[in-house]
Design a protein around this ligand. Structure first.
Ligand SMILES: NC(=O)CC[C@H](N)C(=O)O
Length: 198
């Protein structure tokens, strides 16, 4: 109830909707056959099979997470093995100094003042495969400055890590929801469906 309608039986996934461009993620996921719920309070996580943490502004998002008491519920949701996708500020939210779900240290606004926004064609290991590269839009993007041994690097720009996977958690520095290329969201939903069938 209250969830956007989609074909019956589509996976039920959430988009953290405290701040940022969660609407674009929700549209992309819905178009891929998922049922999407906006997550604002802990109870919104009940029954979800996966979660996207969108881009936006990580300081504002952190304040929202604290205000709503969402940190522990989000950590428990991840610890239970549900697939997660974090993009841009979402990657920052997942890092060691925020929710601590990913064993990475994200550096905010890492590409600097001179190049606050840019686009790049990227091959993402395990996602673009032998297909065309993905057009990645970086907006005041972070990069992964450090990571632990369980973190798999999927892509880098000029030697700076911009896409990682750790178990069921996928995180990228860029905005995959605004280019019309839905392969990252499809990969996330494939994990959700795989876990369902397991
Ligand atoms: N596009 C984005 O999500 C930018 C992230 C932003 N620079 C932050 O630090 O939160």
């Amino acid at each position: 109830m209250g969830d956007a309608s989609a074909p019956d039986g589509g996976p039920l996934v959430g988009v953290l909707a405290l701040q940022g461009d969660y609407g674009a993620h929700a549209r992309m996921l819905t178009a891929l056959g998922a049922r999407v719920r906006e997550v604002r309070v802990p109870a919104d996580l009940d029954g979800l099979e996966g979660l996207v943490i969108p881009g936006g502004e990580s300081t504002t998002m952190t304040l929202g997470v604290a205000r709503e008491g969402l940190a522990e519920p989000l950590q428990a949701f991840a610890a239970a093995g549900a697939p997660l996708l974090g993009t841009c500020a979402g990657l920052i939210m997942l890092d060691r100094t925020h929710l601590g779900i990913l064993d990475v240290t994200a550096e905010r606004n890492a590409f600097g003042r001179q190049i606050r926004s840019f686009e790049e064609d990227l091959q993402l290991d395990g996602i673009t495969g032998a297909g065309a590269p993905m057009r990645a839009v970086f907006i005041r993007a972070p990069w992964v400055a450090e990571h632990g041994p369980d973190v798999e690097v999927l892509a880098a720009v000029d030697g700076h890590i911009v896409a990682v996977r750790q178990g069921e958690v996928l995180a990228v520095s860029f905005h995959p929801e605004i280019t019309g290329d839905d392969r990252l969201h499809a990969a996330f939903l494939a994990r959700v469906r795989a876990r369902r069938g397991a």
